[in-house]
Design a protein around this ligand. Sequence first.
Ligand SMILES: Nc1nc2c(ncn2[C@@H]2O[C@H](COP(=O)(O)OP(=O)(O)O)[C@@H](O)[C@H]2O)c(=O)[nH]1
Ligand SMILES: [Mg+2]
Length: 342
Amino acid sequence: MDISVLGLPQSGKSTFLKSLIKFNETQELPEICTLKINDDRLIKVGELLGHNKLAYPEITFKEVNILSIKNKAAELKEIESIQNSYGLLLVIKCFENNDSNQILKDIDEIITELIFSDTVIIENVIKRRISNTKGKTKQELENTNSEIELLENLKLHLGKGEPLNSYNLPKTELKKLGGYNLITLKPIFILLNYDEDKSSIETNDNISKIKNKYFYPSKLEMELSELPENESVEFRTSLNIKPRQDYLVLKSLFEAMGKILFITAGDQEIKGWEINKGDNSLIAASKIHSDISKGFIRAEVIEYNTFIELGSWNSCKKEGKVKGNGKEYIVNDGDIINFLHS
Ligand SMILES: Nc1nc2c(ncn2[C@@H]2O[C@H](COP(=O)(O)OP(=O)(O)O)[C@@H](O)[C@H]2O)c(=O)[nH]1
Ligand SMILES: [Mg+2]
């Protein structure tokens, strides 16, 4: 999953990424940072199967700087990069006197910029559709008109200062918009980058209403990642910061992006596969290999907790806990699946 990291200049985007990849302040970030989500569930399955050949889902991050660019061509390139990502992570400065009002203003400034980009994209599509009606059949013209109507409605929504992900679109309509890569249709995760004390912002009513947010002290995490384990544990305790924040923030982001994972558990490898919440077993199969989805026969599924409780595929089988499911089965987070295919 590709994530664009956005924010105002100096909000801590690079520091956040450095904390995740365990770089210090002076090291230069690579253009793209790839991180594994070391999901505990894979480790547990590995312990039961007696090996630790684990493959985790990955997230790739790219820092994007649309709000500090003056050159139009460079800005378009950055916008395109955001359009091609799956979702957005906004890094919001919550240190150096940035109070709740300023924090909300900063979020608003970024969202407004994204709304502006989407409005331009939509206006261009509408223009193209209107000017390109020659030689079209009656049916094609009707389709074009209904598409234009939808786009006009979306434009009105954007005009009210609302991102498109808050517009209630039926799935069929969403499909029509797939090709335009509208930015505010993507899921947005807000990283509140605080310094040492988050109590005043955490208790603020307006801040607590923000959806998909995570309080994360980037600079502190970057510094702590340089310390030996025992010292960092001591510091964390004294500062009241939970351990494994880097893992927890990735997991929280994964969820906020609407993702879940299913597990394939073999002797050679235990692997977590990323899918969207609500995906069925046929889609899950296609993630592994198109041959498996093409020749799909059945998905044998064990619920994660049951597997951990009973300890092996065989004991689950004996207890009747392996369920044979068809293509339409909606996969649950953590499901352990064996696909049968021709
Ligand atoms: N005090 C404090 N400074 C931070 C924090 N995060 C980043 N900074 C500092 O803010 C400056 C800009 O950070 P940087 O990550 O380069 O911001 P970017 O422009 O968004 O990539 C640097 O001097 C960082 O050390 C933080 O959580 N607390
Ligand atoms: Mg930076």
